[in-house]
Design a protein around this ligand. Sequence first.
Ligand SMILES: [Zn+2]
Ligand SMILES: [Zn+2]
Length: 329
Amino acid sequence: MKAALIEAPGKVTVTTVPDPTPGPRDVVVDVAACGLCGTDLHILQGEFAPKLPIVPGHEFAGEVVGIGSAVTELSLGDQVAVDPSLYCYECRHCRNGHNNMCERWAAIGVTTAGGAAQYAVAPVANCVKLPEHVRTQDAALIEPLSCAVRGYDVLQSRLGAHVLIYGSGTMGLMMLELAKRTGAASVDMVDLNPARLETARQLGVSASAADPDELDRPQGWDLVIDATGNAAAIQDGLERVSKAGTFLQFGVADYATRVTIDPYRIYNQEITITGSMAVLHSFERAADLFATGVLDPDIFISHRLPLDTYPEALAQFASGQGRKIIITP
Ligand SMILES: [Zn+2]
Ligand SMILES: [Zn+2]
């Protein structure tokens, strides 16, 4: 089959690899769509994946075209979205229900072959069957949405919160959609690129600006979400959390990124600084939310590109053009 392959740091190609074969409790998915994400760029930089080469792609959906000998839950022809998380279920964190902190954490498309290919293998336990009205080629959005749902679980958002989001890329916009639906009193957004804020306005952001000083809220925001991973944005965001407010590190920063914190203020104003990593018991709910139309795929997916163009598509994504780029093998 044809697949994208990250061969070494900085080196990605499209090539032919052996067709995957399912284990007893696996299915083979004919990939209809696979989303590109910052994680793919980190893997390309040599981070996250313990060993290269790897077929990337952890945000995908498709049709079941092969089933393992012990699979009874799914049938050929079923349309599924795939939760990429692979947990050991045995370590201390798994046993405490904190599986995304698994000591043997692994994920399809990060540590094992992923969905940027014609076919991908997934455990049946990781597949969520899509309702008929959901287009499979849109369902690659469910995985990033499940990360946003996990972020919201960490935030423990309360009704009437004032929310500030840094970064109006796909993840920031998903946070915006969830904030609107969890009863935020206001959702403001910051992005250095004014063109990107246009989509945020289209989706009903309360206020938006390239410079947060233009957002008139001197008392700060109850919930500040970084969806950039950028040091300057994170630093600024930490300083705009209101008393008793919470800062969520949701964007993926480079390993070397450092910011300064003000311990006296954290103490004196009871500031919470927290993070959320990937998916935790949130994929099923994201699939349900997606089926209710929480995201408009025609807004969230800006490009649908063929698998042959994977290296160029990744470069385009890295340049910050567009929103979610979907590869359609
Ligand atoms: Zn992702
Ligand atoms: Zn574990």
